[in-house]
Design a protein around this ligand. Sequence first.
Ligand SMILES: NC(=O)c1ccc[n+]([C@@H]2O[C@H](COP(=O)([O-])OP(=O)(O)OC[C@H]3O[C@@H](n4cnc5c(N)ncnc54)[C@H](OP(=O)(O)O)[C@@H]3O)[C@@H](O)[C@H]2O)c1
Length: 339
Amino acid sequence: MKKKTKYNVAIVGVTGAVGQEMVKILEERKFPVAKLRLLASSRSKGKEVKFESQKIKIEELTFQKSAFEGVDIVLSSAGSSVSKQFAPQAVQAGAVVIDNTSAFRMDPEVPLVIPEINAGDIAKHKGMIANPNCSAIIMLMAIAPLYKKRKIRRVICATYQSASGAGAKAMRELETQTKDFLEGKPVQKEAFPYQIAFNLFSHNSPVSDNGYNEEELKVIQESMKILHDDKIKIGITCIRVPVFRAHSQAIVVEFDQKPSPEEARKILSEAPGVCVVDDPKKNYFPMPIEASGKDGVLVGRIRKDLSHENALALFVAGDQLRKGAALNAIQIAEVLVKS
Ligand SMILES: NC(=O)c1ccc[n+]([C@@H]2O[C@H](COP(=O)([O-])OP(=O)(O)OC[C@H]3O[C@@H](n4cnc5c(N)ncnc54)[C@H](OP(=O)(O)O)[C@@H]3O)[C@@H](O)[C@H]2O)c1
């Protein structure tokens, strides 16, 4: 990408849970924006969004190459079917697309990047860079610093994924169901297949023949791609929980030799983008409510796994709308404009 002092940026899916966060983070981090274009479906055409001192009107996304002429960077977050339709056109028009959906993540021509882990892959892009799955980002932020120092053989992870991971509508559904349930009214289900208020259920993505759902398979495959390691063994169970925002994870990491919790705590406390929250005396550990709105992924309960001498157990919470999506995408854009 041509070096400039300021860049024309477009956000596709700006009214969504991730898109709204992208607008905030561009402003917070003072990304060098020349012109910001905001796009969504025809439903949102003409609505206004505040960015810095301006009010910007949302445009309807169209799938022609001409729609992206003059745009340097597209931050895309409108679902994978939308990305498949417009992103190749935007690349042809000369933009670099940072795509937050699953559409291109496993394409060998498309780098899949968490800047703290594999920023070097950004340079290989051919107009498209993929932002990983939110649970993959949060898990890898906790284990990659350990992986860089000690060989990891196997990871077992159980997730506690918030409602907003399924979008703005799902977040509203948790709120409405909670109110209705407490008022004794029947609970309406639209965004989720089951009641989310006062309940939890296996992740709402299709289950494949091997018994793993799409979300779990994404975490396994994307982690291997990001770490450049197709030998690492990952077992995962993804669960949706009645939390508004921030995903949590219980993780067991098996190394090729005995690990030390003290050394792991030191490595993690020095890792960029990680905050160690680990106070057993106060029983104070990562919580989604404290991870919400924060950039850092909280890691704690760092302890020996009692079932395996080479394993450590951790508990993690990270804001999946920020580090798991919008922030990670903007960090990729920051590397792009600095390189
Ligand atoms: N939520 C998360 O935590 C998270 C994390 C990582 C990745 N992601 C991925 O990011 C993407 C967006 O997720 P989200 O949670 O932000 O979803 P969301 O809240 O449901 O928002 C979807 C956005 O896409 C727009 N959109 C839908 N159909 C469109 C179309 N035909 N043309 C143009 N725009 C269209 C919507 O615009 P209207 O308002 O006009 O309908 C809205 O802005 C998904 O691929 C998701 O898997 C989400």
